[in-house]
Design a protein around this ligand. Structure first.
Ligand code: PXG
Length: 291
């Protein structure tokens, strides 16, 4: 028996977990999702992920057919019955089955899908040496067209950017906005350290309101580190003392090269290392128990 996936209101074996070809999540990328980590049988930052999911759904006028408290319990149940102590949850809400037309008006039943699985992360040596990041030519979606704040099922902008990262043989990509300022990485938020101050682009520059980004703001304040949102040019990034990225999968990871320029001395810096340690301690001891 494989993993048990929650779909269409019940648990089914992963091989039988299928969506209709008429689901507008498939036909149009119409839906929202979250990726959530499980550490030590606890869901990390669960309430913040739920909030972002329901907010995204609200923007696209998708009514999630479950109250947040019940959805939280369903996610806990999914993790529990699959006996995942440390892993990753993909929570997806699609517009549901409609006809071939674009309009969501025929989609009566949004579909909630919960997959709890293990996760493949960067090997430890990548955290020791730091990541190689390249600037990609694909720009982040303009917020006037599609807000990067919606974690929607349409990730083609990110996939195009990722293809460039693959082609370059790098670990992650820096994505600029239409004005040429840095927004974030392909699927991670981005930070630099300059003269002892941690800087990251504001969300209205085109960065996702990342949950790990929020954790880093809280940790920095707790450890008396100055942290600010600021528009960042590539030159400021190349000449920074340190750089790092954050994301649910990557956690806090040092960036030691950008477009083949070493950042600082080309090794993970002291601010990054302290934040990585603080994050490690937090993730092991904090979260929503699944039991
Ligand atoms: N920016 C974007 C565009 C993202 O999609 C982040 C930043 C980091 O946010 P969090 O909330 O995770 O700290 C993301 C994260 C994956 C995966 O499997 C992750 C994301 C999207 C797709 C896949 O790691 N989003």
């Amino acid at each position: 028996m494989g993993l048990q996936v929650y779909i269409d209101g019940r648990f089914v074996d992963e091989d039988d977990a299928k969506v209709s070809v008429y689901d507008h999540g498939l036909l149009y990328g119409d839906g929202v999702f979250e990726g959530i980590r499980v550490y030590n049988r606890r869901l990390f930052m669960m309430d913040e992920h739920l909030k972002r999911l329901y907010n995204g759904a609200k923007v696209i006028r998708l009514e999630i057919p479950m109250e947040p408290g019940d959805l939280k319990d369903k996610v806990r149940e999914t993790v529990r019955i699959n006996d995942i102590s440390d892993g990753y949850v993909r929570l997806v809400v699609t517009r549901g089955k409609g006809d071939l037309g674009l309009s969501p008006s025929k989609c009566a039943d949004p579909n909630i899908i919960i997959i709890a699985a293990t996760i493949k992360i960067y090997p430890e040596e990548v955290y020791m040496r730091g990541l190689n990041v390249v600037t990609v030519s694909t720009r982040r979606n303009n917020p006037d067209s599609l807000s990067p704040q919606i974690k929607s099922l349409n990730y083609l902008n990110h996939i195009l950017a990722h293809l460039e990262v693959l082609h370059a043989g790098a670990d992650e990509g820096l994505v600029l906005n239409d004005g040429g300022y840095v927004t974030e990485c392909v699927v991670d938020n981005f930070f630099i350290v300059v003269n002892g101050v941690i800087l990251t682009p504001p969300t209205n520059a085109g960065a996702l309101n990342g949950i790990t980004r929020l954790v880093v703001f809280n940790l920095a304040k707790e450890h008396n580190m100055e942290i600010r949102e600021e528009n960042l040019s590539l030159v400021e990034c190349y000449t920074a003392d340190e750089a790092f990225l954050t994301g649910t999968a990557a956690e806090v990871a040092p960036v030691t090269h950008i477009d083949e320029r070493p950042i600082g001395d080309g090794k993970p810096g002291p601010f990054t290392t302290r934040l990585m340690e603080a994050f490690k301690e937090l993730k092991e001891n904090y979260g929503t128990p699944i039991d």
